[in-house]
Write a protein of this length. Structure first.
Length: 150
């Protein structure tokens, strides 16, 4: 069983999803499954594109893409940018070489109220979590573009 977490902020600012339920997050990060990968915000932030480029990448040439654009256009118009969190997680499942990962342990703060939901990562080859450290941006965009246009 492989688990991939989306847009997780490990060791940086407190991630909203982890802050909302730090105890559940601690349980997830402490679980011992075959492969547990976290795609960090530091990596997906490298995949932020301007609205104009998003229009070229996401063509409304299918019902699915029209629905995606109908749903996401207001966000794209208001922010004028798009960060490709979920697409990177999906691509990395089928093309794991797109990201470089580091193995270790993630700790979630569950006791100190002022730090609640904060995370820390300790690199360890025997760890149970792999966090993203690098992304091959060009390879990612090639795969995403080819997938969306097929």
């Amino acid at each position: 069983m492989e688990k991939v977490l989306l847009d997780t902020d490990i060791g940086g600012d407190i991630d909203d999803a982890i802050w909302a339920d730090p105890l559940a997050s601690q349980i997830v990060f402490a679980s011992n499954i075959a492969a547990h990968r976290a795609i960090t915000l530091e990596i997906t932030d490298q995949l932020t594109i301007e609205a104009a480029r998003a229009g070229g990448l996401f063509l409304a040439n299918s019902e699915l893409m029209r629905a995606v654009l109908d749903f996401g256009n207001s966000w794209l118009e208001s922010s004028n940018k798009l960060t490709l969190h979920d697409p990177l997680a999906a691509v990395s499942i089928f093309y794991p070489e797109v990201c470089q990962f580091e193995k270790g342990f993630v700790r979630v703060e569950t006791q100190e109220e002022s730090l609640m939901g904060g995370t820390s990562f300790t690199a360890d080859p025997n760890g149970n979590v792999e966090i993203s450290r690098q992304v091959d941006k060009e390879r990612f965009y090639q795969i995403l573009s080819r997938t969306l246009q097929s």
